[in-house]
Design a protein around this ligand. Structure first.
Ligand code: FES
Length: 571
């Protein structure tokens, strides 16, 4: 480690005047000696630890690991808290606050005298929210994730976060599982700290972060309680100091190619549909042109990871089978050259990788499914696009035409879905409105709406469902999501009526409302704008400025970056 008076932090701690006195003296109240302000790198540890975000509850300990590494490498670690987003705990949805977290992260990094930052996140929205904020400041940045929980256990079987909640809840509704059994499964599902141990959004985002070279290899899959994760935190602390020396800022790693690699990897792991919206938003902050066409144009990548919800295993099994390095090695012919936090090209990042269990991680010539990419659908029902995940859908429903049954909002759905006289068949297309970014607000994970009870009792377990909502990365089914523009913004989904016919064709990327253009225009003209629920605070700002799903649902004024130093002093 070299000492320098030209570091970013020197503007705070290197001045021999009143301002330098103020910045240093108050820091010394924590017991820091003079010499730590001699020009060595100051590293911020941006922590989303919170007891209200159980998935991130282990981050306090990992922060200690990072600090050891920073001290060892000759830097000074300073931990700071940012807003934490507990996916399963926040109402109306953690997604409403992803952009708020990103603002917190961005402004904290910019306002403080740090030279590099370690992002400690995990639960779904914390990883993208932190990266969005960090990209808008562009310091050397490294990610250390919570890591997945241990496998869930129930009656001697492995059970997966989310995925088995949806399955068990349908079994209870069908009368195939008792409430007592349901409660027993609840206790066995979450056995340690860490994120959902299915390939949900948290593990998807951690996997993509690893595949983009923003973390050390194995960061995505090492279980939260595995001692090797503490080692990884230590090594990440050591590495961030070196990155400051090398002036390896985030924009040298986040490139168009690294985003394309993330899209490729997402297919191979059967990753969450939420990755689309998060990658678009992070790219927007990084000033990189990325849009739905990039997902449409992506090569047809086979599904290699046999993990719920697309397969049968869990993240712990995936880790022991070789994790992301083994998958990256299998898809190396599709991976584009791109730099990483090790200042080494991603194509050499995973040189030593091997598959240790070929049922959990398939080889490229024996995949779980031959084509696994997310599909973008377009048509008069979604002029700006919608998303479907074929790997988690029923093959026979991927091309389907049926009559719509419409729920005007989530309350309508909750009130009527279990009605014994609901006029639906297995061929009906369920449509849910009012769940987009502006409408809910925040675009919740309700797109995997339950199968109507009357059909559950007939043994139906999947049907076509369409909405402007998102769905949990742990969910499955033939579910069309992210319809844009959303109903609340006047998209054509707002004028669909029960009885209209709808056509879905995932292979050919089509989503059509089979109603004449004149009739659609007539209905759009007479459509009434729903009342706004929020008249103040962050939610008001959000509803007024949030962009649609096809643009990543970021606030319009947050796109891009500002890397200038805040030069004015506070006193
Ligand atoms: Fe936090 Fe799934 S709820 S990762």
């Amino acid at each position: 480690m070299t000492k320098s008076n030209n570091r970013r932090s020197s503007n705070w701690y290197g001045k021999m005047d009143k301002d330098g006195f103020i910045h240093r003296s108050w820091m010394k109240s924590q017991g820091l000696p003079d010499h730590v302000f001699d020009g060595r790198p100051i590293i911020g540890i941006c922590n989303t630890w919170s007891e209200l975000t159980p998935c991130n509850a282990g981050l306090r300990k990992l922060a200690e690991g990072v600090k050891r590494g920073v001290w060892e490498a000759g830097g000074v670690p300073l931990e700071f808290p940012v807003m934490s987003l507990g996916e399963t705990q926040m109402k109306p949805t953690a997604m409403l606050f992803r952009n708020l977290l990103s603002m917190d992260v961005e402004e904290s990094i910019r306002a403080y005298g740090i030279d590099g930052v370690v992002l400690l996140g995990g639960c779904d929205k914390t990883t993208p929210g932190q990266l969005m904020g960090a990209a808008s400041v562009d310091l050397p940045t490294i990610v250390v994730s919570s890591g997945p929980m241990l496998n869930g256990k129930y009656k001697g079987q492995d059970i997966g976060s989310g995925t088995d909640v949806w399955r068990f809840s349908e079994e209870v509704r069908a009368g195939d599982m008792t409430l007592k059994e349901f409660m027993a499964a609840e206790t066995g599902m979450s056995r340690s700290s860490g994120v959902c141990m299915t390939m949900g959004t948290a593990s998807t985002m951690a996997s993509l972060v690893e595949g983009m070279g923003l973390s050390l290899p194995t960061n995505a899959t090492l279980p939260a309680v595995d001692a090797r994760r503490m080692t990884l935190a230590h090594l990440s602390g050591k590495r961030i100091v070196e990155m400051v020396e090398e002036e390896l800022s985030l924009s040298k790693i986040l490139t168009k190619e690294s985003f394309q690699n993330a899209i490729t990897l997402n297919s191979a792991i059967g990753g969450s549909t939420n990755s689309v919206i998060h990658l678009l938003a992070i790219a927007g902050r990084s000033e990189i042109e990325l849009n739905l066409e990039d997902f449409e144009k992506a090569e047809d990548i086979p599904l290699l990871v046999n993990c719920m919800p697309s397969g049968k295993y869990l993240m712990e099994d995936f880790c022991y089978a070789g994790g992301i390095p083994a998958v990256m090695d299998q898809i190396k012919n599709f991976i584009r050259p791109a730099n990483t936090i090790l200042n080494k090209d991603i194509t050499h990042y995973f040189d030593e990788a091997e598959i240790l269990n070929e049922d959990v991680i398939r080889t490229i010539d024996k995949p779980l499914k031959h084509s696994a990419g997310l599909k973008v659908l377009r048509g008069n029902l979604a002029p700006n696009g919608a998303i479907i995940k074929p790997a988690a859908a029923s093959e026979d429903l991927l091309k389907h035409e049926g009559e719509a049954y419409v729920f005007e909002d989530i309350e309508d759905l909750k009130e009527n879905i279990d009605r014994p006289d609901l006029p639906v068949t297995k061929d009906t297309v369920l449509v849910l409105k009012g769940c987009g970014p502006k409408g809910y607000p925040g675009m919740p994970e309700v797109g995997n709406m339950p199968i109507p009870k009357v059909l559950v009792e007939q043994g139906v377990r999947d049907m076509v469902r369409i909405s402007d909502a998102r769905m949990s990365g742990t969910a499955f089914g033939t579910i069309v999501l992210h319809v844009a523009p959303e109903a609340h913004a006047g998209g054509p989904i707002s004028i669909v009526k029960t009885g209209d016919r709808i056509q879905v064709d995932a292979k050919n990327g089509l989503l059509e409302l089979l109603v004449t253009e004149e009739e659609i225009n007539e209905r759009l003209k007479s459509r009434k704008q729903p009342k706004e629920n929020y008249s103040r605070g962050y939610a008001k700002l959000y509803v007024e400025t949030v962009m649609q799903a096809d643009k990543g649902a970021d606030l319009d004024f947050l796109v891009g970056k500002d890397t200038r130093l805040p030069n004015r002093e506070s006193h």
